[in-house]
Design a protein around this ligand. Structure first.
Ligand SMILES: Nc1ncnc2c1ncn2[C@@H]1O[C@H](COP(=O)(O)OP(=O)(O)OP(=O)(O)O)[C@@H](O)[C@H]1O
Length: 308
């Protein structure tokens, strides 16, 4: 369990993390979402004792990180690549970590197997590793102490499709074993498939702390996908009823504010052909974009605005 209470970090006048209070519970995967600069990495660094909070505090298993007797056995973490000496082999790197943390050497081979790094690859210098191999090595290091808590910043970064699927299954199985799994990612579709619970931040503040299902259902704008060869006629009927009519990126039209039944009846009454009428729920990406983007520190301006 990770418990943050009024956790705050200021850099000069800048408040990176602003009175965050949340619990990350064991037995489930908790996703940590927020736009660039929202304070996710800073929060993770504070949990791991890599930075000191300005005020408030955070504990892991009831103890601040600095007070953990054997940190690697309690918390495994992956905070970006580049923490490994490039001239060293993956195996040497892990052996060094194991020895300095009182972990049995055999565990190195176990974690290498667990993350799918074969022995001949593990003997190669880390400098030549691809991004995906580096991520697997980072996960191996995080799992070395068989920790109860895992904190992973963008763990699927650089992984290919098979790697992403592997990571998803691994994180779910670690949570199913009763561990606490806390991860950040900007890949919403992946987060939707992996996380059971969400903590969402914007400009350092807590925006939501809820289950994935509640987050999507509470903020969801249900809509209907419509395909019709006569869009203009149907559009004016739908808009005449106060509903919203928008093009869908993959073809067809998205109608918000009317049920599929009502749209179908309207079309039949006015003689418009319908090729598809599908009620849909919002995705995590839809909901997140509505809720969190207004709290973004950094936003691109639309092309037209830039050109002016
Ligand atoms: N060492 C530092 N000194 C000054 N400001 C910092 C420092 N570290 C982070 N910040 C600022 O704090 C804010 C939060 O940054 P942080 O990296 O935690 O955000 P994030 O949510 O992880 O973003 P991203 O999704 O881009 O990784 C940003 O505005 C950042 O510029």
């Amino acid at each position: 369990m990770i418990e943050a209470r009024e956790l705050t970090k200021r850099y000069g006048d800048h408040v990176a993390v602003d009175r965050l209070t949340f619990h990350v519970k064991p037995g489930r995967v908790t996703g940590f979402l927020g736009p660039n600069g929202a304070g996710k990495t800073t929060t993770m660094r504070l949990i791991l004792g890599l930075d000191a909070p300005t005020s408030g505090g955070v504990t892991v298993g009831g103890v601040p990180y600095s007070g953990l007797p054997s940190p690697l056995r309690t918390v495994g973490s992956l905070l970006g690549a580049g923490e490994v000496h490039g001239g060293r082999s993956a195996q040497r790197h892990l052996l060094g970590l194991a020895v300095s943390n009182g972990i049995a050497r055999d565990r190195v081979d176990e974690v290498l197997e667990l993350v799918g790094l074969p022995a001949d690859t593990a003997r190669r210098r880390v400098r030549g590793f691809s991004l995906g191999m580096g991520q697997r090595l980072g996960i191996a290091a995080a799992l070395l102490g068989d920790p109860e808590v895992l904190i992973l910043d963008e763990p699927v970064n650089g992984l290919d499709t098979e790697g992403i699927r592997w990571m998803r299954d691994l994180l779910k199985s670690l949570a199913a074993q009763g561990r606490t799994v806390f991860l950040s990612s900007h890949l919403m579709s992946e987060m939707e498939l992996t996380a059971d619970h969400l903590i969402v931040v914007g400009r350092g503040r807590l925006l939501a702390d809820t289950t994935m299902r509640d987050f999507i259902e509470t903020h969801s704008q249900g809509h209907v996908l419509v395909r019709t060869p006569e869009p203009e006629g149907l559009r004016s009927l739908v808009e005449g009823r106060g509903a919203r009519w928008r093009p869908e990126p993959r073809g067809g039209w998205r109608v918000e504010g009317l049920s599929a039944d009502v749209i179908g009846d309207l079309a039949r009454r006015h003689g418009h052909a319908i090729h598809e009428l599908t009620p849909r729920h919002s995705s995590l990406e839809d909901v997140y974009t509505e809720l969190a983007q207004p709290a973004a520190r950094y936003r691109a301006r639309p092309e037209k605005e830039v050109a002016r």
